[in-house]
Design a protein around this ligand. Structure first.
Ligand SMILES: CC(C)(COP(=O)(O)OP(=O)(O)OC[C@H]1O[C@@H](n2cnc3c(N)ncnc32)[C@H](O)[C@@H]1OP(=O)(O)O)[C@@H](O)C(=O)NCCC(=O)NCCS
Length: 150
């Protein structure tokens, strides 16, 4: 398994992975926007044949306040490759890049309240905290979470 920074050439495969794994889907122009604007903070996991089996699509805050912060737009790992630590590693690579490239003070994300696996990843493994409950985020109730990177 190889983890590396995502390139524009990977975006179609990332979208494909997303469509298999999540109800929150995005148009290709949104992937391109991420890839072209913040190329340092999105990563992929590929198998021994170079197939994309997981990704993290991330960005920096678009309306910078005093503190720069990163945001995870989407992360997923194909079913056969789960529980191998890939999402944990992808998150850490992105967080490190947000910090070193942009001086991010924290990283934010949204997660559906019912998404047990993702909640365990963010809360128990990575140390994120719930900062807000978002009613009807993408038609679901969700937690808005943050992790301090300082
Ligand atoms: C959530 C998701 C990305 C996790 O990917 P993964 O590569 O399997 O996660 P990891 O192997 O890095 O797991 C790290 C930790 O997260 C937690 N975790 C992961 N999957 C879990 C599950 N099914 N149930 C409970 N905890 C889970 C565990 O604490 C795990 O540590 P452990 O294996 O040492 O117990 C994956 O399940 C997925 O793609 N789900 C569908 C898409 C999705 O929900 N994305 C998140 C949107 S907010």
């Amino acid at each position: 398994m190889n983890l590396r920074r995502a390139t524009v050439a990977d975006l179609m495969d990332m979208q494909n992975c997303n469509l298999h794994n999540l109800p929150e889907n995005y148009q290709m122009k949104y992937y391109l926007y991420h890839g072209l604007t913040w190329p340092q903070v999105s990563f992929v996991a590929e198998d021994h044949k170079g197939r994309i089996v997981g990704y993290i699509l991330a960005k920096m805050d678009e309306e910078p306040t005093e503190e720069a912060h990163g945001h995870v737009t989407s992360i997923s790992v194909l079913r056969n490759y789960r529980r191998l630590g890939l999402a944990n590693k992808l998150m850490q690579l992105s967080q490190q890049a947000m910090k070193t490239t942009y001086g991010a003070a924290y990283v934010s994300l949204h997660v559906r309240k019912t998404n047990r696996a993702a909640l365990a990843l963010y809360k128990d493994t990575l140390g994120f905290e719930v900062v807000k409950i978002e009613k009807s985020y993408c038609a679901f109730d969700a937690y808005s979470m943050q992790l301090n990177l300082k």
